[in-house]
Ligand binder design. Structure first.
Ligand SMILES: O=C[C@H](O)COP(=O)(O)O
Length: 251
């Protein structure tokens, strides 16, 4: 039985005060989420300390949206994995399409980040997904497998087993256009099969694969009902308490 996960990526939204208000309101409704669904919020770096303090003792875990690719040193503006670990962060989003596009992150950087995250005992949420033009050309499967090959397929089996994969078709992010449940399942099944070929079916069957791209309360149930979809990496809708809770209740 794989984990079920509702991870909220707040991106560059909320001020510190707004973030604390949001997480406090989520905490107030968390008892509505039955079962063992893992709830993760990923606020901006500046809110991590106060939010970690706020959620202490609750079932909410806190993730970062990124980390530096080196351990320490002259990297102005970056945040190290040791800082995140010391603070109590448990997850790190790596390779989000917005980081790939706007910050030109390379596969090498992403691999370093994934390795550092794992070696410090944190869990990487590694994002992959094709752009609209790539889907229109029908090369979405090749694109995604290449993204896996360059980063997570470089890991040992033991390390790979600790990774969460998030499939986020770029054309569905923040656009209101969601992949149909069948499109999501096609890709998730393909990814799981690819992991199985590369490692083993036992490994493939343990790895959570999240879907991201305009997930909301109204479509989560249908998407999460697909056999290879283990939850969501939720952007916009995770900023609304009622939407996020509804999504978390959709398993
Ligand atoms: O990390 C989350 C994804 O980019 C999805 O964002 P969205 O739910 O706003 O489309």
């Amino acid at each position: 039985m794989r984990k079920k996960i509702a991870a909220g990526n707040w991106k560059m939204n909320t001020t510190p005060a707004e973030g604390v208000k949001l997480v406090s309101e989520i905490l107030g409704k968390v008892s509505e989420v039955e079962g063992d669904v893992e709830l993760i919020v990923c606020p901006p770096y500046t809110h991590l300390a106060t939010i970690l303090d706020k959620v202490k003792g609750s079932r909410i875990m806190v993730g970062a949206q990124n980390c530096a690719w080196e351990l320490s040193g002259a990297f102005t503006g970056e945040i190290s994995i040791t800082t995140l670990k010391e603070m109590g962060v448990t997850h790190v989003i790596i390779g989000h399409s917005e980081r790939r596009e706007f910050f030109h992150e390379s596969d090498e950087m992403m691999l370093k980040k994934v390795r550092l995250t794992l070696s410090h005992g944190l869990i990487p949420i590694f994002c992959i997904g094709e752009k609209l033009a790539e889907r229109e050309k029908g090369i979405q499967f090749e694109v995604v497998v290449k993204q896996m090959e360059k980063v997570v397929y470089q890991l040992s089996e033991d390390d790979l087993k600790k990774v969460i994969i998030a499939y986020e078709p770029v054309w569905a992010i923040g656009t209101g256009k969601t992949a149909t449940p069948e499109q999501a399942q096609d890709m998730h099944g393909f990814i799981r099969n690819s992991i199985s070929k590369q490692y083993s079916s036992a490994v493939a069957n343990t790895i959570p694969i999240l879907y991201g791209g305009s997930v909301k309360g109204a479509n989560a149930k249908e998407i999460f009902s697909m056999p290879d979809v283990d939850g969501g990496l939720i952007g916009g809708a995770s900023l609304s308490v009622s939407e996020y809770i509804e999504i978390a209740k959709s398993f």
